[in-house]
Design a protein around this ligand. Sequence first.
Ligand code: HEM
Ligand SMILES: *[C@@H]1O[C@H](CO)[C@@H](O)[C@H](O)[C@H]1NC(C)=O
Ligand SMILES: *[C@@H]1O[C@H](CO)[C@@H](O)[C@H](O)[C@H]1NC(C)=O
Ligand SMILES: *[C@@H]1O[C@H](CO)[C@@H](O)[C@H](O)[C@H]1NC(C)=O
Length: 499
Amino acid sequence: MMDSLVLLWVAFCLFFFLFKAQRPKNFPPGPFSLPIFGNLLQLNLENPINDLKKLRLRYGNVYSICFGSRPVVVLNGVHAVKEALVNQSVEFAGRPQDLMINHVTKNEGVVLLNHGPVWRDVRRFSLMTLRNFGLGKQSMEERILGEVSYITSHLEKCAGKSMDPQNLFHKAASNIITTVLFGTRYEHEDKFLQLFIQLFKELSKIANGPWAMIYDTFPVVRNLPLPFQKAFQKFEVLKDAVKDLISQHKMSWVPRQPRDLLDCYLDEMEKREDDSSFNESQLVTLLLDLHFAGTDTTSNTLLTTFLYLMTHPDVQERCQKEIDQVLGEKLQASFEDRHRMPYTQAMIHEAQRVANTVPLSVFHTTTKDTQLMGYDIPKGTLIIPNLSSVLNEESQWKFPHDFNPSNFLNDEGEFVKPEAFMPFSTGPRMCLGEGLARMELFLVLVTLLRHFQFIWPEDAGEPDYSTIFGATMSPKPYRMDVRLRNKRECVIQSQNTTE
Ligand code: HEM
Ligand SMILES: *[C@@H]1O[C@H](CO)[C@@H](O)[C@H](O)[C@H]1NC(C)=O
Ligand SMILES: *[C@@H]1O[C@H](CO)[C@@H](O)[C@H](O)[C@H]1NC(C)=O
Ligand SMILES: *[C@@H]1O[C@H](CO)[C@@H](O)[C@H](O)[C@H]1NC(C)=O
């Protein structure tokens, strides 16, 4: 009996000694972590937010935890985040390379590529194309306004009733991206679009769930027939759908007369014959990446914005006054109008701040051994920039815990953007769809506020501002009462009588 106890004890110590999740020397502090499991067992994997909040209070703005035997550094507050992502832009611009999502996407696309020449080229190409260089005859703005008119006519049918806007916004955001990428928009009932959205949803559910955590933490289980294998299968189905689109496109492609990003890429491939990093397989994943990165983010931001606009009718009304005044008789808003709408601009930024859509950014890694706030951080360390800690930081905002456009207005009522506004992150990895997203948010919101009034339904109870945790945050489903604004009714009537 005694013998076996001693043996057990020795085995236990050995186990600890061999597998102890070791933090490197002078590493940011954090809680004691178990061998192999790290801090995983101490966290609620479905929603770790509360557990993590405690850690920050205890260990400060730069702290560490262990995912299995992998030490991870979490950056909180504008100071630490900027110090890393801006001042040491190259050192902190890597991406992890051995997570499940890397294996699923086989190191193609752009979001998950490590810092290096291929990433830089693909990023530059995507940015240039999205900035309207070479997108052909139809500008980005026209593409967005085209989709906005579908949203408007859908809402006109709902006027006087209440509706759940989730699907409408999701499909609209998806359509805006697909018109930019492939030049096609899909009817909201379209089978292809539905399949696409469904697969993406399932994929991101797996990628953000506990099974992905297990895959990332325990390499030995990776080949077992566990639920994470579905992620690989679903990604192949998505790729096949996109490959079909590419073949169709190639049949009608006229070199140097691009209709969309896909055509631009084909041109680029021809130009770079000898550079195999622009190839068709890479294109498939790039298209999926851009679609994925641009859909949920934008539609969840819109959902949050309407939730707050309904529950803050004074803010909604003030935006409508400003919009009416600036647009006058003009039927359509343009992105240029934003310069004359400081209050509406402030409202949109404030909505992005409280929406906190991508709370932990996309994970970074260090590309070399480096130092941060006096700590040593070795090359390859996983870095989590906590964007929500910056967007809510008490020292940075006039009203950190309210929804109040004054956070973005100075005493003269002019629009100002504090440095802690970073829903798109910051540094060289910053969201490359920022320009597109800002144009979408502005044109959708201004057009809808011009035409409709949005009211929290009387029978809906107290609004619930809590969010559903995931890679992107979304509000709980809600319904909104849609009313045509008088102004718009007049416009419609006068149009009808002149026809
Ligand atoms: C409101 C909408 C959006 C928000 C809040 C948002 C936020 C973000 C954030 C936080 C990151 C991570 C940056 C980092 O790693 O430091 C990111 C990356 C990225 N976003 Fe967005 N995004 C939005 C819309 C879009 C759109 C519309 C597109 C598509 C064109 C897009 C494409 C990307 C891409 C490709 C990356 C990866 C960039 C890289 O790794 O170099 N995003 N976004
Ligand atoms: C990020 O910051 C927010 C707000 O300060 C906090 O609630 C959350 O727990 C933090 N997350 C992490 C991973 O530290
Ligand atoms: C980071 O950069 C900013 C702006 O260039 C500078 O003011 C600040 O001192 C830098 N921080 C460090 C530690 O070098
Ligand atoms: C396509 O390009 C990617 C990088 O962009 C590279 O990893 C891959 O090996 C290339 N594939 C072929 C078939 O050349």
